[in-house]
Design a binder for this molecule. Sequence first.
Ligand code: FAD
Length: 394
Amino acid sequence: MEFRFSPQEEAFRQQVRDWLGEHLPKNWTGDRMPRSGDYETLNVYVQFAKQLAKKGWVAPHWPQQYGGLGLSVIEQLIFNEEMAYANAPIGYSAIGVGWAGPTIIVYGTEEQKKTHLGAITNAETMWCQGFSEPNAGSDLANLATRAVKDGDDYVINGQKIWTSGAHYANWMILIARTDPEAPKHKGISYFLVNMKTPGISTRPLIDMMDNHAFNEVFFENVRVPRDCLLGEENRGWYMATTTLDFERSSIGGAVGASKMLEDLVAYTRETKVNGHALAAETRVRVRLADAAVEAELGRLLSYRVAAMQARGLVPNYESSIAKLFNTDMQLRMARAGMEIMGLYGQLGHTSKWVPLRGRFERQYLWQTGLAVGGGTTEIQKNIIAMRGLGLPRG
Ligand SMILES: Cc1cc2nc3c(=O)[nH]c(=O)nc-3n(C[C@H](O)[C@H](O)[C@H](O)COP(=O)(O)OP(=O)(O)OC[C@H]3O[C@@H](n4cnc5c(N)ncnc54)[C@H](O)[C@@H]3O)c2cc1C
């Protein structure tokens, strides 16, 4: 087992770090996320994505012929680590790079590749993911949205929910039922849908941070041409579960937690209570030490996933362990910070009295959602129990 990065990998890390030093927006703290109608912040994300595009770094792990740089798994891990540590505004292309693009690379026609891949790596398009429905989340194959063939078109009717970024996105990856008679996994097809198509409407869902990040999306007789179908009809389920070599290590969460801990340690050194620094209190030191151990453990669990991928293995329950641990760990980290800050820690991020720009309070609320998105905590536990521990299906 080699625990060190190679000199070339360290050089690449330095290259990413230097580039970030030059290109991060001025005074960027990573606290701004585009809220509804906040086009100024959205523009910060778009402009940053354009800068990445010039460097070939929107999807650097994609093959070169599709606009990537063909980075190795470990280089990709380093890249993502540095972006997370800098809190870089990189969410803009996330679904295009993470889902739409890789699935098009495997299943798309030449025409679909030509239309979409360059647009993603040039940061010209923003994608959203229309998978979940009111009665289809963990049990996604239960989806009810219908796509009916009509001449050269498909006509789509139904509803999606929790669709992150649908109010900004110009394209959607959508799965819909094309054969209602077939067993539920076998009658689903995968579509690439232009969000400007008549009949699509979005309604905001406001989360508990008072933020508009996700939406309900309604389809009323939405007519899309046949070439929006990706791959074979009724094979959409298998495409939706396609997992490629993209990031599955949860490294962003692990590194984000380390950065929060650094900020928290600095805060406890600078903040005086009853004439002494917070950091001098045993209860605070114990919390910080626990948090430091957990953050390091989270990082190692993520490295394990990347190391497996680098050896050509396909991580399975190992990714679930990393996701589960890192999600819970970040929640505990946020809670530790709020407790250490006392009553100030509970103030909302808009209060002028809240320490560290309210990052801990916001993270606490946000993290609760991350334990649901991308497969809930219970689903991860099921995977670990069945595939990791070999327990029977309940
Ligand atoms: C921040 C965030 C962003 C999201 N973005 C998107 C997006 O862009 N596009 C999209 O399509 N979806 C998105 N989602 C939706 C997400 O994929 C679903 O919320 C998730 O799959 C869970 O589905 P559900 O909400 O229907 O809950 P359900 O599946 O109904 O689960 C309800 C509860 O039952 C538990 N449960 C369900 N099945 C089992 C089981 N077999 N064993 C044990 N427990 C079980 C769950 O763990 C959960 O606690 C997002 C969600 C969040 C929180």
